[in-house]
Design a binder for this molecule. Sequence first.
Ligand code: NDP
Length: 300
Amino acid sequence: MTAKLIDGKAFAATVREKVAGHVARLKEDHGITPGLAVVLVGEDPASQVYVRSKGKQTVEVGMNSYEHKLEADTSEADLLALIDKLNKDDSVHGILVQLPLPGHLNEDLVINSIAPEKDVDGFHISNVGLLGTGQKSMVPCTPLGCLMMLRDYHGSLSGMNAVVVGRSNIVGKPMANLLLKDSCTVTIAHSRTKDIEAVCKQADIVVAAVGRPEMITGDWIKPGATVIDVGINRIDAPEKGEGKTRLVGDCHFDSCAEVAGAITPVPGGVGPMTIACLLANTVTACCRANNLNEPEGLTA
Ligand code: NDP
């Protein structure tokens, strides 16, 4: 392997430390404890794991965690009433509704009922619009984590050619907007892109958010480019024993690492940064709500 490994796990620990420092100062200097409310509807096992992990890390950095677990058949009216209550609660600075929601609930309606300044996932249409027009907003956590790692590694991103593979609302599009805001020349590739390999090969930065295991291989990468692999895919791993699986990204790690200048691993790359950025967004939201200076380096 020739590429430098961008260690998301270690970087996320430094972000959490910074957040914890700000939380301590908010408590000491202003008597304010940031609070994050997480709403889970139903019993999706993966969502339960995420929510537990978010709650644990929230408490570890000194913030208040409020978990609201609702039955899978909760009505839209009841969910909206809870969000309305949380919107009005001054001890809650961030609200996250764990997605996906059960089919009978309208996700767009629910997300857009969160007060935009408390929308720590950055999915509210106001925040999408603010980010799209280069204004101050709450920024979606996964792309924010990618941006932090890129800034940390490169310093300025200005003038770099960036290719984002994937155009989802939660990763691809906000990632492209963030890179544009940092003055990259940005291309978004997707399932209809022609000669996607050649498109990737001219990039100084490739961000892969596709959901296809190991799709991007080393021969797609320009020598020395930086590869940020957002993908989390579970594949069979017969080499580990019958029925065993392992996690891989959207990039084929070994071949990409032979060509790239730097690369994030899966697991241990973008993944840990996502919750760290959720905590960062909550402390940012708390500072904004109280007209206090925002912590530096924790937002776009
Ligand atoms: P989506 O399924 O919403 O979007 C995938 C995108 O990839 C689409 O825009 C799709 O294009 C594009 N795509 C699919 N197949 C191809 C292909 N063969 N060639 C080019 N483009 C293709 O996924 P998400 O954005 O939600 O997630 C992407 C990956 O990131 C997943 O592996 C997910 O698990 C992971 N993820 C990781 C997170 C983390 O914390 N690390 C957080 C969120 C996601 P089109 O629009 O044309 O269909």
